[in-house]
Design a binder for this molecule. Sequence first.
Ligand SMILES: Cc1cc2nc3c(=O)[nH]c(=O)nc-3n(C[C@H](O)[C@H](O)[C@H](O)COP(=O)(O)OP(=O)(O)OC[C@H]3O[C@@H](n4cnc5c(N)ncnc54)[C@H](O)[C@@H]3O)c2cc1C
Length: 201
Amino acid sequence: MKYDVVIVGGGVSGLSCALTLASMKGHFNWAENKRFLVIDNQSSDLLKAMLNNVPGIQKGTLGRKALDDLREQAKSYGNVDIIFGRVVKVSGNKGDFTVITEDGKEFKADYVVLATGFHNFDIDCEGVEIIENKKSPRPGKIQIKVDEESRAKDGLYVAGLLAGVSTMYACAAGSGTQVACNIMAGYAGKNVVVHDVPSES
Ligand SMILES: Cc1cc2nc3c(=O)[nH]c(=O)nc-3n(C[C@H](O)[C@H](O)[C@H](O)COP(=O)(O)OP(=O)(O)OC[C@H]3O[C@@H](n4cnc5c(N)ncnc54)[C@H](O)[C@@H]3O)c2cc1C
């Protein structure tokens, strides 16, 4: 199956990226038929967290609930699929990526976003350079070397802790959102954002 963007990792950064991409629908003609896929193997750090200090999220919210809510919010636009599974290989180039899961499913995509956190990176993926994570308070964590657009190479983006942002929910969410904006700029040929306003009563 062919998607416009496949996001590998459905933690807060991957889901925030999917949410912003999904929200293009209804705002730009070129966005109408775009489809997005998130593939997640359900080991987000948020599953262990209770959130007291995340902007806009009620104090005491379980990380697990925040993830459930974010998945539903992204899916509400009707253009995001979310599946559970482990990605083992990403190959190809911008416009023609192939993403393969452990159980042999294969997906095509124009763009791929890697958002798999900072613990390890064992996906067979040409063009990524793994370096020591510069923002982790604990040693032994990794990130992928990215350019100023958060790309490992053309068409291959990196978001969240894997891109080297600080290990806070809002930082990871912002990183995923920024990657979505970078991809949207590629579609539009200029910088664009999605801002909604209340409808007139
Ligand atoms: C115990 C604990 C408490 C925390 N409390 C707070 C807090 O109070 N406030 C705060 O701001 N932050 C908190 N954090 C930090 C917060 O959880 C992280 O900053 C955030 O989860 C990072 O998001 P991410 O998307 O980069 O990575 P993650 O949320 O870890 O998501 C990565 C996702 O990628 C998936 N994945 C990995 N490899 C593959 C693969 N090969 N194929 C498919 N999917 C894959 C994983 O299953 C996971 O779902 C806490 C973290 C921990 C561990």
